[in-house]
Design a protein around this ligand. Structure first.
Ligand code: NAP
Length: 326
């Protein structure tokens, strides 16, 4: 069995495609014969040591394929059944992956025939966009939403979902004009450079400010969000691509009548499994139904380091998926 793996943290060259023994599912788990596996920015953070992981580490947080075997106590699934699954413990980017049964979504009913590349590519990003906009961001119809990293996997999904959830205006920020142009086709009213964002929000809201800012970027830019928020606006923090956090004082939200809120997929999985399940099913239903489109770049497993390079250098757009059948 092939698996993506790294034995030390560092640049993308630490990634290798190694041979390993196919894992067996434990109680409550399911093993999958993986056809496709998504690549997420979180794996860049694990690989570069931004979050500690046990080494060697096998990355991969989402996969699609067919059920290979069921662990003790698992019911309602059968071998050979097409499924998509979150593999939050890692190991999704392998020929065989393990997932807890509650994170395995059968591709049947209205999801029957869903392209497994799309299922693997939609699971984490679209579910995150759902959670960030609804549970964390409390988006209400008629509100103005701002999305940083607008051209990325989560960003392109968030714009489309925000629109569907009734946002009045959706404004994105991206680091280059090419990325802004790319993002514009995903339902944004405008996508601008980070330096132009404050003025664009001002213009689109007649100076009232944004209701919701989705911030996965962090760094110095994080400190510039508050003045962009309207009364009772929410700044949702759900990532730190810049590898540089900032500190806020409690008085900060008092003075500005605004909120800082956060979202962590792993935490939701642990503390509210039924809610996560809801996000996963909604995510797959929206891509199957065509209301959220995901722009996939599908590459062979050997290209995993190339994808990390694109993500880390801010040269990526949309979503990257590994095809394990190649
Ligand atoms: N909290 C959660 O549960 C959760 C779940 C999923 C994803 N996330 C987070 O959501 C974000 C989006 O994930 P994704 O997989 O869809 O990635 P992505 O958006 O496709 O790629 C990350 C983007 O972040 C932007 N960025 C800003 N500063 C950067 C920097 N210093 N280095 C690299 N990139 C930078 C880049 O866009 P520009 O160049 O246009 O700025 C880059 O394209 C990530 O930060 C990820 O960690 C969080």
């Amino acid at each position: 069995m092939r698996t993506v793996q790294f034995s030390s943290v560092g640049d993308p060259s630490v990634l290798e495609v190694a041979e390993g023994v196919a894992p067996e599912p434990g109680p409550g788990q399911v093993s999958l014969d993986v056809s496709h596996a998504g690549v997420n920015f979180a794996e860049v953070m694990f690989r570069r040591g931004q979050f500690p992981v046990d080494l060697p580490h096998r990355p991969g947080l989402e996969a699609a394929g067919t059920v290979r075997a069921l662990g003790e106590g698992v019911t309602g699934l059968s071998a050979g059944q097409p499924v998509a699954a979150l593999t939050l413990a890692g190991g999704g980017q392998a020929d065989v992956a393990i997932a807890p049964a509650e994170h395995v979504v059968p591709l049947d009913g209205t999801l029957a025939g869903l392209d497994p590349a799309l299922a693997a590519g939609a699971l984490a990003n679209v579910a995150t966009a759902y959670g960030v906009l609804t549970s964390a961001g409390r988006l209400a119809p008629g509100e103005t939403v701002v999305v940083l990293a607008a051209a990325g996997g989560v960003g392109t999904a968030a714009a489309q979902l925000a629109r569907r959830l009734g946002a009045r205006a959706v404004i994105g920020a991206a680091s280059t004009p090419a990325k802004a142009g790319y993002a514009a086709r995903f339902g944004y009213d405008a996508v601008v450079g980070y330096e132009e964002l404050a003025a664009e929000i001002d213009r689109r809201t007649d100076g009232a400010g944004a209701d919701l800012v989705l911030d996965s970027v962090g760094g110095a830019y994080r400190e510039r969000i508050t003045p962009m928020l309207g009364l009772f606006g929410r700044h949702v923090i759900f990532g730190n691509a810049a590898q540089d956090d900032v500190s806020f004082e409690g008085n900060h939200v008092w003075y500005h009548s605004s909120s800082l809120t956060g979202y962590n997929l792993g935490g939701v999985a642990h503390r509210a499994p039924a809610l996560l399940r809801d996000y996963l099913e909604s995510a797959l239903a929206s891509v199957a139904g065509g209301s959220v489109s995901v722009d996939l770049t599908v590459l062979p497993i050997q290209d995993v380091a190339k994808i990390h390079e694109l993500l880390e250098s801010r040269a990526s757009t949309g979503k990257y998926v590994l095809d394990l059948r190649r």
